[in-house]
Design a protein around this ligand. Structure first.
Ligand code: BGC
Length: 946
């Protein structure tokens, strides 16, 4: 085992409490014709590096041509507020990002010009009538704040960018992109909230409400928009079909504080003459069951609001808003609840209810009500269908009950195909596991009935999918099916917040790959409007501890920028007036002020900043973070936090004292606030928080660290947190790391960490010089370990290390989810340490990348690919016949430090020639036994004989 090496690079950026605080980056500011534009983050300005880089480039690429020559860089993938051509945003100064492509090594942007125009025509003729930055010396290609005049409601802005490359050559303009503002003022809404009061059933659940109206479009339409929202969940229909591909709109927020609205382009859906409009309205989170709290958490009458805004070809406009002229009826959706399930009686369908010709004379009046909270434009990634899964097998578990195995624990619902007599009732029940007798195991669902029922209309082949419920399941039990169902009777429909896959990881060990698969599926299923703990039982809450520990892993797997942007507002909305962040956000139940849970309010913004270079998220949540620290300080005894909270939740016979854990997290958040303040140039605050951190650190040592270096409780999590949060003096760190390793050895080389410790475990061992121990934990087969659940057939991450064991069967059904992502927080380490794609905390957004794969165990290869905000990064290594080969790709406009595991740079080759002589490669130094090389963008093949 390697000894401790305190000089290792601390390239783990999220809790780098043991590394130097980031020096507030003095942004050079370049005056442009539009005001102040934050310029380069420029490592290129470091004189020595610049000169050497230039010399290398001149040698290998030739003397730059004359300025004005065309660059080979192409500008693409234009995004506004993280989205491609977003419709209906209410960020008044949106941020613009673009990607750059080039076949050349070491390419970068040295200047750029953004044009924003009020019309496509203007943009085509290169007129930025809203904003023309002119040529701005800047290497910033992400998060550029729009600096033109204030934008109006519904205004569409067209934009494009060109850049100048490292040689001063100018690129072509990008293709045109656009964004469109939503309704910015309350007075823009010319619609009423309407609903339909219906009696609840004995579970307290209402039928879905159907609302409708016909409108007349008298003139040719140039463009039409729908703005819609609900207190509840809604589907909007036009002329017989659902608008958009989103589910569970408007998403979950604290409805008493804000309600999101969605914007849709419905130009193509309207026709000249009569048009039918329809709304289906369900209880959703607003009035249905939500975790631990029963129904009607926010209100008992679901309401909807919608406004269609038509611009005619003749330039006139017309608005159609929901009002009391709409009519309502109950329909086939006789019960609809997220946790309980849905009952649909197809005999009650009202054909054509959402078309113009429908006769609604028998329909009832709607009720109108005042809005309880402001409407805000949806900023999140909508929930969408992601995938379909066909069953692997069907078995008859008991007479008339057929169990379909989808071979993947998933979240969504089942599509049923059936034919039979009218009135036949098919019941679908959902489960993650089977009982030993082959029947479905549902006791872990607790109060959630998770049952969908379909009552046949009796007319040939019928296809049913629920619309306002979701389940977490691998198995679907079908009963009441007329006849014997074939495998095609059921299809699994996977739904998730549409957070596109941005990372992949694989290596030579199939079990590690299965672990990665399980992590991804845990994320997919639990990132549904908010980050939930679990998708199946009567809980499904935004547990903050789970979210903070998993956030960094989440960013590697999927683009969660919009998802977290929205949820962090929920977090602030939930914060109590005394500064305590709540345990779950949106707040519906549980407590507040809890260590490692409440700290999500500081940690998650920091993660988003680090990963996406998003300083605005830091600005937005700074005040809430400051209140949190004040709360913690006020509720401490001489800076020691009380022994309260969940501690290291679900650890294995290793109870980390709650005061130790809470004080450690107090220190962590305080240190992060110091760093956030520094980034935001709040120098006084940065000093204040750093001083407070040092005091907490001293108090921690005095109270909890013994003369022998043991920390009160002597658990793995004790040492992990103390090390990762920089709570020990240097000499004590070595001792703490040894105690940590010894405990792992005492436990027969096993971990004992719960939700909190596990996220810090592998990075801490790695940084402390115990990489082989980390690898040992990764590949352990026996309980408790990641592989243990895989050997029991897990296809997602389990809530508990021992959710099911051969010896004892199921754990306590009171709390036994098989789809909980927290223990999957090891994913960060797979990307960062095994594949070797790390970020540099000093240059967030992967502007500078640390490529440092650290092979271990018997792995002979690993590969990570990650679409950062700057573009695709890939790191793939193999060990073959003593040769270590590393293939690296770095996006244009970024740089990387590549660590090769040998302490003689002369032994490293790139592209077959000595690395130090290779074009675009520069030898930097020896560090921790590695030869470190600097590279710019491009693809490189490094080799070394080991
Ligand atoms: C949830 C967890 C959560 C915890 C708090 C559980 O019921 O499922 O994920 O963090 O409570 O300790």
């Amino acid at each position: 085992m390697r000894g401790l090496n305190m000089n290792m690079t601390m390239n783990r950026c999220l809790f780098p409490c043991s590394s130097r605080p980031p020096t507030p980056r003095r942004r050079s500011v370049v005056q442009s014709n539009i005001g102040f534009y934050p310029a380069a983050d420029c490592r290129f300005r470091r004189p020595a590096a610049v000169v050497i880089n230039l010399l290398v480039l001149i040698l290998f690429l030739g003397w730059p041509g004359l300025a004005g020559a065309k660059s080979a860089i192409t500008v693409q993938n234009l995004r506004c507020e993280y989205a491609v051509n977003p419709l209906g945003i209410d960020v008044v100064q949106p941020r613009l990002s673009w990607g750059l492509q080039s076949g050349q090594r070491g390419q970068r942007q040295t200047a750029c010009q953004i044009l924003v125009a009020a019309s496509e025509m203007k943009l085509k003729s290169n007129q930025g009538d809203l904003w023309d930055t002119g040529r701005v010396q800047s290497d910033q290609s992400v998060q550029v704040v729009y600096g033109g005049p204030a934008l109006a409601s519904r205004q569409r802005c067209y934009w494009k960018v060109r850049v100048w490359d490292q040689d001063g050559h100018e690129s072509d303009y990008s293709a045109n992109a656009w964004w469109e503002m939503g309704l910015l003022q309350p007075s823009d809404w010319r619609a009423q909230w309407i609903g339909y009061n219906q009696a609840t059933n004995k579970l307290g659940i209402r039928p879905g409400a159907f609302l409708r109206k016909s409108i007349t479009i008298a003139k040719p339409v140039q463009q039409a928009r729908l703005y819609a929202s609900a207190l509840g969940v809604y589907e909007f229909h036009i002329n017989g079909g659902k608008v958009g591909r989103d589910y569970f709109t408007p998403g979950w927020t604290d409805y008493a504080k804000r309600v999101q609205y969605q914007t849709y382009d419905i130009t193509a859906l309207l026709r000249r003459g009569a048009n039918g409009l329809g709304l289906i309205l369900g209880d959703g989170w607003y009035a249905g069951y939500v975790g631990l709290g029963g129904p009607n958490r926010y209100g008992s009458l679901p309401l909807a609001i919608a406004q269609i805004q038509v611009r005619y070809a003749d330039g006139t406009e017309e608005v159609f808003g929901t009002d009391t002229s709409w009519k309502a009826a109950a329909g086939p959706l006789i019960q609809s609840d997220m946790l309980m399930g849905e009952t649909y009686d197809a005999r009650l369908e009202m054909n054509g209810w959402d078309t113009a010709g429908f006769r609604d004379a028998a329909w009832q009046a709607v009720t109108a009500q005042a809005a309880p909270a402001p409407l805000v434009a949806a900023s999140d990634a909508p929930v969408r269908k992601i995938q379909e899964i066909t069953p692997q097998s069907v078995t008859e578990s008991k007479p008339g009950a057929y169990v379909f195995d989808l071979a993947q624990n998933m979240v969504g619902w089942a599509r049923l195909k059936v034919s039979g007599p009218a009135g036949a009732r098919v019941t679908l029940r959902f489960a993650e596991m089977l009982n030993p007798d082959g029947t479905i195991y549902t006791t872990n669902l607790r109060g959630a009935k998770c049952t969908d029922e379909y009552i046949l209309r009796g007319s040939g082949r019928e296809v049913y999918e629920p619309r306002f419920t979701f389940h977490g399941f691998r198995y679907v039990e079908v009963s009441g099916y007329p006849g014997r169902p074939g495998k095609d009777a059921i299809t699994g429909i996977v739904v998730s917040s549409d957070t596109p896959t941005c990372g992949t990881f694989e290596c030579s060990d199939p079990l590690v790959n299965q672990l990665q698969h399980n992590i991804v599926w845990g994320q997919r299923g639990n990132f549904l409007s908010i980050p939930t703990d679990c998708p199946q039982r009567d809980e499904r809450l935004g547990w903050m501890g789970d979210a903070q520990i998993f956030a960094r892993t989440a960013t590697y797997n999927m683009d969660v920028s919009r998802f977290f942007t929205k949820w962090l507002v929920d977090v602030d909305d939930a914060q109590r007036s005394d500064g305590a962040f709540t345990d779950v956000s949106p707040f519906v139940a549980a407590g507040a002020g809890t260590a490692a849970w409440g700290d999500a309010g500081v940690i998650c913004p920091w993660v988003i900043y680090q990963v996406y270079g998003d300083t605005r998220v830091l600005e937005q949540h700074y005040a809430a973070g400051a209140k949190w620290i004040a709360y913690l300080q006020a509720h401490s005894n001489e800076l020691l936090r009380p022994a309260e909270g969940y501690g290291d939740w679900l650890s294995i016979q290793a109870d980390t004292p709650k005061d130790v854990l809470a004080t450690a997290y107090f220190a962590c958040s305080t240190r992060l606030m110091a760093r956030i303040a520094a980034v935001l140039h709040k120098t006084d605050d940065a000093q204040k928080y750093e001083a407070l951190f040092q005091q907490i650190k001293a108090a921690f040592q005095r109270a909890y660290v013994g003369n022998d270096g043991k920390i009160k409780g002597d658990t793995q999590t004790d040492y992990i947190l103390a090390l990762d949060f920089d709570l020990l003096p240097i000499d004590q760190r070595v001792i703490a790391a040894r105690h940590l390793a010894e405990d792992i050895y005492r436990k027969n080389r096993h971990l004992s960490t719960g939700f909190v410790g596990v996220g810090h475990l592998m990075p801490t061992l790695t940084q402390a010089g115990y990489l082989p121990v980390a690898y040992q934990l990764l590949v352990n087969d026996t309980f408790p370990s990641w592989f243990y659940s895989i050997h029991q057939g897990a296809t997602t991450i389990w809530e508990r290390w021992d959710g099911w064991t051969k010896e004892k069967g199921f754990q306590d059904p009171g709390m036994n989810s098989f789809n909980h992502y927290s223990l999957g927080s090891v994913g960060e380490w797979l990307y960062d340490t095994v594949a070797g794609i790390g970020l540099d905390p000093q240059q967030p957004g992967f502007k500078h990348i640390i490529i440092r794969p650290r092979p271990g165990n018997d792995l002979s290869s690993a590969r990570g690919e990650y679409d950062s905000i700057h573009g695709r990064i890939s790191s793939a290594w193999t060990i073959r016949g003593g040769m270590f080969e590393l293939n690296v790709t770095i996006p244009v406009n970024t740089t990387a430090s590549v660590f090769m595991p040998v302490n003689d740079p002369a032994l490293v080759r790139e592209g077959g020639r000595p690395a130090a002589q290779s074009a675009g490669v520069q030898y930097l130094r020896i560090q921790d036994g590695c030869a470190v090389f600097a590279i710019g963008s491009g693809t490189y093949r490094f080799t070394v004989l080991r």
